[in-house]
Design a binder for this molecule. Structure first.
Ligand code: AMP
Ligand code: GLY
Length: 414
């Protein structure tokens, strides 16, 4: 099988490594990719958000399967253009990707499907925002209604800060605060059949102890030793299947990767958000534990044959990934710093580039991630931090507490 992977982040590096390791894949092309992905795939330039350009490249390389990683190309309708050429494509249609692209659309689908989520109000004016903040009380949760690369949400007790965020966004969703540990559950689906991957946990805040601003994600681990044993079954029954049925009912079936972001509250799991693609950096830990060949799984989802796919196999143990971010991230990421040690197995490149002399330099906020596996979370943490210790990035910063509370048994359910 010839596979074309679209994207250039840490998630795509992890996807590329797993796809390249699938014996059914005899050629892997990544576009545009990054210097880390270049070690496992042939890179081709492309504007990932240009549907016709991606479709033309898929035809040119005679792809049997196109896998679209990031949200922006999905929302732009890249998968529709690829499928119009008769090529199998993993990722939802542009119409279905609105589940991630618009928070108010997602809320509307959840309401229609009876999916448990935070109560919310879509607001278009400062008066509406003020009324909604007062109705829900603190902590205030204010979300940009559109795509914001994981940085469109402000959770704060400061009313002025909540109002200022709303003012900077235009249309916002104001919602009830959900208390409880967060879970990222990835579900591979062909629109009807649905297969959950291992639940993972992401670390959204930039600094140790879950302090500082939200980021795209500073680290992750899987599995979740504290999760209720029936959590995945419950989320499949109460969230995933009703949502997929509602999307079919609307004539826009959702096929691809449904990312369910949840809080496990005192009242049970509640949806915080849907994404239409694999999460970054949770993908790094989930794929590190997946033994089932990835290309076959994604091809089954892309061709409506997921019900016939064999059950997934997982390796025992745990995985932890730690993101190394550039100086100034998330406010203003410095670029152009020389990176060493980033060629080691287990490193996923995200914001890296080659400069004119061929040196590896930082080129974005989240520069790379280091993934370790071990018999348990403590062993996986050791492996991840040891790997990261071999990387040098001037001014780089990372969280030292990824998976620490879980490894020490300090996460409790409300
Ligand atoms: P989102 O982009 O919707 O995933 O939000 C980013 C982060 O903000 C989430 O991972 C949560 O940590 C936090 N968050 C969003 N919505 C809520 C909520 N209703 N209650 C508590 N925390 C939230
Ligand atoms: N790690 C969160 C996300 O991918 O949206």
């Amino acid at each position: 099988m010839r596979v074309l992977l679209i994207g250039s982040g840490g998630r795509e590096h992890a996807l590329a490594s797993s796809l390249a390791a699938d014996p059914a894949v005899d050629q892997l092309i990544a576009a545009p990719g990054n210097p880390g992905i270049a070690a496992v795939a042939e890179l081709r330039p492309v504007t990932a958000t240009d549907p016709q350009a991606v479709a033309a490249l898929a035809v040119e390389v005679a792809a049997d399967l196109v896998v679209v990683g990031p949200e922006a190309p999905l929302v732009a309708g890249v998968t529709d253009a690829v499928r119009a050429k008769g090529i199998a494509c993993f990722g939802p249609s542009g119409a279905a990707a609105v589940l991630e692209g618009s928070k108010s659309f997602a809320k509307d689908v959840m309401a229609a499907a009876g999916v448990p989520t935070a109560r919310a109000v879509t607001c278009r004016s400062a008066d509406e925002v003020a009324a909604a903040l007062d109705a829900f009380g603190t902590p205030y949760v204010v979300k940009n209604d559109g795509l914001a690369a994981g940085k469109g949400v402000v959770v704060t007790d400061d009313r002025a800060a909540a109002l200022a965020h709303a003012d900077s966004c235009g249309q916002v969703v104001v919602e009830e605060y959900l208390a409880g540990p967060e879970v990222s559950l990835f579900v591979v689906t062909d629109g009807t059949a649905a297969v959950p991957l291992l639940p993972a946990q992401d670390f959204k805040r930039v600094s140790v102890g879950d302090t500082g601003p939200n980021t795209g994600g500073m680290g992750a681990y899987a599995p979740l030793p504290w999760a209720p044993p029936d959590l995945v079954d419950q989320v499949m029954a109460e969230v995933v299947h009703p949502t997929l049925a509602e999307m079919r009912h609307r004539g826009t079936p959702f096929a691809g990767l449904l990312y369910v972001g949840l809080a496990v509250t005192a009242a049970g799991p509640r949806v915080i958000e849907f994404n239409a693609r694999f999460g970054d950096p949770e993908t790094q830990v989930v794929l590190a534990l997946l033994e089932t060949p990835l290309a076959g799984l994604l091809h089954a989802a892309a061709t409506g044959t997921l019900a016939d796919h064999p059950p997934l196999r997982w390796r025992d143990g745990a995985a932890v990934t730690v993101v190394l971010a550039s100086a100034g991230y998330p406010a203003a990421a410095r670029t152009g710093d020389v990176i060493t040690g980033a060629g080691q197995a287990g490193i996923s490149h995200a914001g890296t580039a080659r400069d004119a002399t061929g040196q590896l330099v930082s080129a974005g906020g989240r520069v790379l991630s280091a993934t370790g596996v071990g018999a348990d979370l403590a062993g996986a943490r050791d492996a991840a931090y040891r790997l990261l210790a071999g990387v040098d990035l001037p001014g780089g910063h990372f969280r030292a507490d990824i998976a620490l509370a879980a490894a020490e048994g300090r996460i409790t359910l409300p």
